[in-house]
Design a protein around this ligand. Structure first.
Ligand code: UAG
Ligand code: ATP
Ligand code: API
Ligand code: MG
Length: 486
């Protein structure tokens, strides 16, 4: 419980109706979750408008309301606060409600199209290995030390974020590493957070259904850096063509990392094999367990961030060299008949290109690459033909299939993917909407030594069809099929 007057500390409001001298039991922004005595924040969303639910929230027992416009009919003894932007207000009141936990942690946010989960997870594992208590907020899972909490979003809503961080503080955590998605930045889910540092990985085609243009997608990412404080660090990928845009208007300490360009933190790839990467990193030669050029970037970003957090260079490199990445990223198994199966979360054109070019570069001989790939429903449609085209360019055979069709028709999604295929390659492709059958077929087509890449779902344990999540796990499927093949 907290007084409303404490919860609105630092909040710029234009009008207050009531004394703010009331106790608040919870901060809620969904009328369906209102509990007696709570503060209801009405947020304009992408589907509906929380303002339409103010009266419902009051009927359910909300004691106070934050909104941008007052409802025409106001009933009961309820305090009202008017603000310019309720989404921003939600972040600020959530921070106050939970006693500003992010200021008591060293919070590092990772943004970019690809690599967020990998970088945040590696940072979490690294700092755990170096003896710290830490939290992780990621697409795959949220963690407080070794305790695991399921993740529903890459970046949770503000109430969940501050609640999680408050638990981290309670559990004695020193650090929290979190992913910052572009949706979260645009929707102000990160308002009220106090970042010690921000990392940018890269920016390539994705989420244009939501941001509409690449420019707007870029601006969303930049807004994260623009809002950093002068005590924070802003670490960017100098080799990405938009890396330096992140630093244009930030007050934070500007730092860069890169394999190609001049940078504060530099690395060079000496070996890139299935077994791992040999990097010359800050003038030291170190073997890492991660595979592929893109992971050289991820490792370098992690190394640079750890240095900026004042850790010892030798300790960082020793720990980092032992670590593996996040679940569902380049996970591989070998069948008794020597077919190699790789499960990877590549679900954007750049990720597909990275994963397949890596497989292409590091395979030992002339093994064939057979890729199983789909595209998500209710997501950026423009990436569908590009992902398909890229998959074809880097594979010997491709099986198009479903990847969370959600509310869309799987056959239509596949059709839109097929439009990207070069007619000359068409005969090397198959379309099988049932993902289980698609993976099975790819494995049947493979000969010993060949590599079956199953892209797009990585760690996901479900296939969402017509709004219903059915249990599905790409690795489980491969294990079963490989058993049958032996
Ligand atoms: C498109 C999108 O991002 N939507 C997110 C957004 O919801 P919304 O704006 O659509 O909400 P809405 O349904 O329009 O409702 C508006 C407001 O009215 C309220 N409401 C609504 C109905 C009602 O009966 N009563 C009520 O009070 C809602 O609680 C909300 O406050 O805000 C919600 C709360 O934070 C999120 O849960 C929701 O995520 C949806 C489920 C989603 O699928 N998001 C994905 C696209 C997403 O966020 N992905 C990124 C990662 C992307 C990546 O980089 O890969 C992520 O961070 O996870
Ligand atoms: N630095 C990188 N550059 C380009 N591609 C990468 C990079 N790191 C990982 N990838 C590819 O992108 C996929 C997703 O990686 P990861 O989960 O780390 O990214 P993410 O940014 O967290 O994705 P999401 O937006 O879905 O949360 C990986 O499976 C791999 O194929
Ligand atoms: N965070 C991403 C994940 C996409 C994963 C892929 N399997 C899909 O469902 O499209 C999104 O929500 O767009
Ligand atoms: Mg992620």
């Amino acid at each position: 419980m907290k007084y409303l007057s404490e919860i609105i500390d630092g909040l710029a409001f234009t009008e207050l109706q009531g004394s703010a001298d009331i106790e608040i039991s919870a901060v809620v922004f969904d009328s369906r979750k209102v509990t007696p005595g709570c503060l209801f924040v009405a947020v304009k969303g992408t589907v509906s408008d929380g303002h339409d639910y103010i009266l419902q929230a009051i009927n359910e027992g909300a004691a106070a309301v934050i909104c941008e416009e007052l409802p025409s009919r106001v009933t009961g003894e309820v305090d009202f606060l008017m603000v310019a932007d309720s989404a921003v207000a939600l972040g600020i009141v959530s921070a106050n409600f939970y006693d500003n936990p992010s200021a008591k942690l060293k919070l590092v946010g990772v943004t970019g199209t690809n690599g967020k989960t990998t970088i945040a997870t590696l940072l979490y594992k690294l700092f755990r290995d170096m003896g710290y208590k830490c939290g992780l907020i990621s697409t795959v899972e949220n963690k407080i030390n070794e305790q695991v909490f399921p993740s529903t979003h890459t970046t949770p809503d503000p109430v969940e974020l501050h609640r999680l961080m408050s638990d981290m503080v309670e559990q004695g955590c020193d650090y929290c590493f979190m992913e910052v998605s572009s949706h979260a930045i645009a929707q102000h889910r990160i308002a009220g957070l106090n970042f010690a540092g921000a990392i940018f990985s890269n920016l390539t085609h994705d989420h244009l259904d939501y941001h509409k243009t690449f420019e707007k997608y870029l601006k969303a990412k930049k807004a994260f850096f623009d809002d950093l404080s002068s005590n924070a660090f802003a670490l960017t990928n100098g080799d990405d063509k938009n890396g330096n845009v992140m630093l244009q208007n930030t007050k934070a300490h500007k730092k860069t990392y890169g394999l190609k360009s001049m940078a504060d933190y530099k690395a060079r790839i000496l070996e890139n094999q299935f077994e791992g990467l040999l990097l010359q990193i800050d003038n030291e030669e170190v073997w890492f367990k991660m595979v592929g050029t893109f992971n050289a970037y991820n490792l370098l970003a992690v190394y640079a961030a750890a240095m900026l957090l004042d850790q010892d260079k030798t300790k960082i490199l020793t720990s980092l060299s032992k670590l593996t990445g996040a679940r569902g990223r380049f996970d591989y198994i070998v069948a008794p008949n020597k077919i190699v199966g790789i499960v990877d979360y590549a679900h954007s054109p750049d990720a597909v290109q990275n994963i397949l070019s890596t497989v292409h570069d590091i395979r030992k001989g002339n093994e064939k690459v057979i890729t199983v790939i789909g595209c998500g429903g209710d997501r950026d449609k423009t990436k569908r033909p590009i992902m398909a085209k890229t998959a074809c360019e880097w594979s010997d055979k491709v099986v198009f299939t479903s990847d969370n069709p959600r509310s869309e028709d799987p056959a239509q999604i596949i059709k839109e993917m097929e439009e990207g295929v070069d007619p000359a390659f068409k005969r090397h492709t198959l379309s099988i909407a049932d993902r289980r059958e698609a993976i099975k077929t790819a494995c049947m087509l493979a000969r010993p030594g060949d590599i079956v890449v199953v892209a797009g779902k990585g760690h996901e344990k479900y296939q969402e069809i017509a709004g219903v999540k059915h249990h599905f796990d790409d690795m489980e499927e491969l294990v079963e099929i490989f058993k049958e093949l032996s």
